[in-house]
Design a protein around this ligand. Sequence first.
Ligand SMILES: [Zn+2]
Length: 178
Amino acid sequence: MILKGIEERRREVYRAEMAAQVYTMRPLATAHDAQAMIVDILKTRAWKKLSIVRRCKVAYVPQWDMESSCDWKDDNKIVGEMELTVGNLSEGTVSHELAHLAKGDNDNGHRFHFLRLQFAILDDNSMGAAETVLPHYAAELLSRNLITGREEWAKPYLKRWGEQMGRWASWLKPYLRD
Ligand SMILES: [Zn+2]
């Protein structure tokens, strides 16, 4: 069974990210670094293929009681803006917010489409993520009923987690059959 409630999904995705250390992955020192990272990603061919967003301005908001967020500044959704709050200056959180921004997917449901983009962005841009946090994150998503385990984009990561964890991940076996 797959979790469907928006609020429930949001909470569980955050927990999966926390468990796999996705959202704190590769800390950035300043908003300037986050901005440089975004400029770099938006220039890549891979990004241009998956999104029409061409610019995104980032701001650091030193608040403890707020979550990071993003939105579009124009009706065509070509220009975005992102706010990163305390504890969220990291490649992990910037990639999370970019996955929301990429295709106008901003209802906070964190559904398959969002997750697929998030994996693609991290895999393409964050060194080592494909071999470390992403396999773990995929397993966390599966164990929390956020994915079915049959998604083609998720399978390589689940497989890697199965290989890395050996018998500790024997629960994954039914999902790894072709
Ligand atoms: Zn989110």
